[in-house]
Design a protein around this ligand. Structure first.
Ligand SMILES: [Zn+2]
Length: 300
C-alpha cells in the first residue's frame, strides 16, 4: 500500500576526498554518517579559481581541513547555507575565517525550533549570515549565478540554491534522493513543505538536484512528483482512519505504519502530527483545542 518513491543509494563515499560531480562542481563528504545524514554531509564547491561553497558542513576539524585543502590557491567568494542544522552550517565560521568568504543564508536558527533530544536534528545556534538572502536573490561569480529558492518545510529558514548555468539545484535537505524529509513541528511545517515541493515545478528545465546528503538526483521532477504523491497519500490515509470515528495519533500510526518496525512509530507519529496540523489548519480535520501530539481528531 502507498506510493512508491524511486529512492537512490550511494554505496560508498571517500571521506575527505574531492570528487568531481559535474563540470565545475566538486564535492567533499564529511565523515558524519547517520540516520539523518546518510553517508554524511556533502559540501559542494562550485566554479574554478573564484568559487562558491554550499553547506560547509559540521564543526569537524578533518572536514574543515579537507574543504580548505580543496580550495587551496582559489578565492572563496561565497558560502551558501541551506539551513541551520548542525550538519550543514557550523563549519562556515572556520571556512570564512580562513578564506574571507561572505556567508549567505536566510537567517539564524529559528527561535520556534525545539532544540531538545526530541528534535530530529540539532540546531546551530551560532550561525548568522553576513548577508541575509530572500527568495529570488542571486549570488554571482565567474561561471556561476546562484538563485535563492526559499523552501521552508523541513525548517523555516531553508534555502535551496539554483545554479542557473548548470540547470541544477542544491536542494539541501528539502529534496534528498535517499530518503523522505523530516518535517518536525512546530517549526517544521507540512503546508510550507508541500508548497516548497510545488515551487520546484516552476523550473521544469532543471536536470539535476544535488542534495546535501546522498547522490545527485538525475530525474528530479519524477522524484518530486513521487514525494508529493506520498504525502497526499498519507493525508488520504489519515482521513480514512477518521471515517472509523475519532482517533488519536497513536491509533492512526498503528494502522498507517502497520508494516513498519515499531521503533519507527515515534518519528512516524511526529510526521502524522505535521500532517494533522496542516489538515486542522485548513479545516479538513477537527480536534478540540490545538492540533497536538495527544489530541483526539475527528472528521469535519
Ligand atoms: Zn536538516
Amino acid at each position: 500500500m502507498g506510493v512508491s518513491i524511486p529512492f537512490l543509494t550511494e554505496p560508498e563515499v571517500d571521506y575527505g576526498a574531492v570528487a568531481e560531480m559535474a563540470p565545475g562542481l566538486r564535492r567533499v563528504v564529511a565523515n558524519n554518517p547517520g540516520k539523518f545524514t546518510y553517508r554524511g554531509t556533502g559540501t559542494y564547491i562550485i566554479g574554478e579559481g573564484r568559487v562558491a561553497i554550499v553547506d560547509p558542513g559540521p564543526d569537524d576539524d578533518n572536514h574543515i581541513a579537507a574543504v580548505l585543502a580543496a580550495v587551496d590557491g582559489q578565492q572563496v567568494e561565497a558560502l551558501l547555507i541551506t539551513h541551520t542544522h548542525r550538519d550543514h552550517s557550523p563549519a562556515s565560521q572556520a571556512v570564512a575565517e580562513a578564506t574571507g568568504a561572505v556567508a549567505y543564508g536566510f537567517g539564524p536558527h529559528p527561535a520556534g525550533d525545539a532544540d531538545d533530544a526530541k528534535s530530529e536534528e540539532r540546531g546551530d545556534l551560532q550561525f548568522a549570515p553576513d548577508l541575509a538572502v530572500v527568495h529570488g536573490d542571486v549570488v554571482e561569480g565567474p561561471g556561476w549565478s546562484l538563485e535563492c529558492l526559499y523552501t521552508p518545510g523541513h525548517i523555516s529558514n531553508h534555502m535551496a540554491y539554483r545554479w542557473r548555468e548548470a540547470a541544477g539545484v542544491f536542494t539541501g535537505d528539502h529534496i534528498m534522493g535517499w530518503s523522505t524529509t523530516i518535517i518536525p513541528p512546530p517549526d517544521g511545517n507540512m503546508t510550507d513543505y508541500l508548497a516548497s515541493l510545488r515551487l520546484l515545478a516552476d523550473y521544469p528545465d532543471d536536470r539535476v538536484y544535488w542534495p546535501t546528503h546522498g547522490p545527485p538526483v538525475t530525474e528530479p521532477h519524477a522524484l518530486v512528483k513521487a514525494l508529493y504523491a506520498h504525502r497526499l497519500d498519507r493525508e488520504r490515509q489519515i482521513l480514512e482512519c477518521l471515517t472509523l470515528g475519532p482517533q488519536n495519533i497513536a491509533e492512526m500510526v498503528e494502522v498507517m505504519y502497520a508494516d513498519v518496525a515499531s521503533e519507527l512509530h515515534e518519528p512516524a507519529a511526529r510526521s502524522v502530527l505535521a500532517h494533522l496540523i496542516a489538515m486542522v489548519g485548513d479545516g479538513r480535520v477537527g480536534t478540540d483545542g490545538e492540533a497536538a501530539a495527544e489530541a483526539v481528531y475527528f472528521q469535519e
